[in-house]
Design a protein around this ligand. Structure first.
Ligand code: CP
Length: 317
């Protein structure tokens, strides 16, 4: 089934050029101010329909996609998988065809299996946006992380970014590594050897480094990104206990002191306080965790606008 020419999927950062990434970020800058108005609504997507189809739990992503759609005046529908016909055994393909028959403009999908948004995009006439697929990608998370970094650091090119934790199960890490290396940052990943791949999709030439020691990755960093320990994706023990993980890999004030004096801290959420990040770091002035959530709405407004036919605008436009 051919899609109408104006519908564009966002399946991963891996597929995007640096120019396309900047296009989305610049559009997000244009949408950002709407969320601070008293009346947080513009008619940009009036008459469009957005379906949120989440097969996994979510607070930030699902709420911000819904808010983004509503602030742009689209009709936003949340399909709750536990009360939908998926719970009666309907296949993913049949669910997708059923939703497609209602002629939505965009389907936002999160699924525990990698590649589901790509499958959906092949059979749906609507634009498909990946809200996280298994351990593969979480493109809007990387975009909102980039917006947060640009806000504090201006340029991403030349920055040193440390990504710490469960790299192997993290779609956030994968999308961020693609985005940050495409935009010219140097990325160092570190964590338990069992959770950090030795070679990461051939990206070493693009500015990716793998460190054995968390301290080595954090030293001199401009940005320290901490990942959640994903117990739901770990079918065997990758480290002895959570308290040992906290001792050896958790971000404490002492470890953060190795980064640049003006380094910022990111975490995609939800946090395991006291495990991958100490509470006094999460709540410190260097933490950008709530700004990440704030910029998530603007980024998702931009993604919905562009996915349903909007034109990329320059910041000045
Ligand atoms: N960062 C993130 O994806 O959070 P949620 O699981 O709450 O959507």
């Amino acid at each position: 089934m051919d899609k109408p020419f104006h519908r564009r999927d966002l399946l991963g950062i891996r597929d995007l050029t640096a120019d396309q990434i900047y296009g989305i970020l610049n559009s997000a800058e244009n949408f950002r101010e709407i969320s601070s108005r008293e009346i947080k609504k513009v008619p940009t997507l009036r008459g469009k329909t957005v379906i949120n189809l989440f097969f996994e739990a979510s607070t930030r992503t699902r709420t911000s996609f819904e808010l983004a759609a509503k602030r742009l005046s689209a009709d936003a529908v949340n399909v709750s998988v536990s009360t939908s016909s998926v719970s009666k055994g309907e296949t993913l393909i049949d669910t997708a065809l059923t939703l497609d028959a209602m002629n939505p403009d965009c389907i936002v999908v999160r699924h525990p299996s990698a590649g589901v948004p790509h499958q959906l995009a092949k059979i749906s006439r609507a634009a498909v946006v990946n809200a996280g697929d298994g351990t593969n990608e979480h493109p809007t998370q990387a975009l909102l992380d980039a917006m947060t970094i640009r806000e504090r650091k201006k340029n991403i090119e030349g920055l040193r970014v440390a990504i710490i934790g469960d790299i192997v199960h993290s779609r956030v890490a994968r999308s961020n590594i693609h985005l940050l290396t495409k935009l010219g940052a140097t990325v160092k990943v570190a964590g338990p050897k069992t959770l950090v791949p030795e070679a990461f999709e051939g990206l070493v030439e693009e500015g990716l480094r793998v460190s054995e020691h968390v301290e080595d990755a954090i030293e001199g960093a401009d940005v320290v990104m901490i990942l959640r320990i994903q117990k739901e994706r770990q079918d065997s023990a990758y480290f002895p206990t959570l308290s040992e993980y906290a001792i050896h890999y958790g971000l404490t004030q002492e470890r953060l002191a190795l980064a640049k004096k003006d380094a910022i801290v990111l975490h995609p959420g939800p946090m395991n306080r006291g495990i991958e990040i100490a509470s006094d770091v999460a709540d410190s002035a260097r933490s950008q965790i709530l700004d990440q959530v704030k910029y998530g709405v603007a980024v998702r407004m931009a993604v919905l606008y562009l996915a349903t036919g909007g034109k990329v605008e320059s910041k000045e436009a």
